[in-house]
Design a protein around this ligand. Structure first.
Ligand SMILES: [Fe+2]
Ligand SMILES: [Fe+2]
Length: 189
């Protein structure tokens, strides 16, 4: 699917607020790709598509999980929004007809991260956190700067703050996030 068609489709299936965030992730991902020598067009498409499943309601999300054979745990059953990254990744291929693995994986891991992420995965994970339409987050100015000076430091910083936030709220933390945090904490203590 062409860029303009993807963009048009997303405008239809996302809420205006989510679409604004999506465009923010798209251009922030493009900037990070410029800085770190990744494919700019791929970064734009991955940014554009990262939240494509975010506006599905719980029932639709669970239906899609069944369709794609995604196994769901109790936390995901109780809060199907947790599935939007993996369902979104399946839809990149299925709904938007994009077969690029780098893009699909960047969408798949945009909420949890994982150990030893690819450059494209890091770019989307970070762009999702730092894009300018986000409401104020603690230490965001520092993290925005780090994103353009030391990408792994920024990644660690975001994982650290996200895990802190989730622990504080006493909500479910994906195993993948903990493994990613451990991986990117190497040499930090
Ligand atoms: Fe998301
Ligand atoms: Fe997002």
């Amino acid at each position: 699917m062409e860029y303009s068609e993807i963009d048009r489709k997303l405008q239809k299936i996302l809420t205006p607020k989510r679409y604004t965030h999506t465009k923010g992730v798209e251009y922030t991902a493009a900037c990070l790709a410029m800085k770190y020598g990744a494919d700019i067009e791929k970064a734009r498409i991955a940014g554009l598509l990262h939240d494509n499943a975010k506006c599905l309601d719980s029932e639709e999300m669970l239906k899609k999980a069944k369709k794609y054979g995604v196994r769901i745990n109790d936390a995901e059953k109780a809060n199907p929004d947790l599935l939007h990254a993996i369902i979104g990744a399946y839809r990149v291929k299925d709904k938007f007809e994009i077969n690029d693995n780098e893009i699909i994986k960047a969408v798949m891991y945009h909420t949890t991260g994982h150990p030893n992420m690819s450059l494209m995965e890091k770019i989307i994970y970070i762009a999702d956190y730092i894009e300018p339409n986000r409401k104020p987050i603690p230490e965001i100015e520092e993290i925005r700067k780090e994103s353009f000076t030391d990408i792994d430091k920024a990644l660690w910083h975001i994982l650290n703050n996200t895990l802190d936030y989730l622990k504080h709220k006493n909500v479910y933390i994906e195993e993948e996030s903990l493994l990613a945090y451990k991986y990117y904490s190497k040499g930090k203590n």
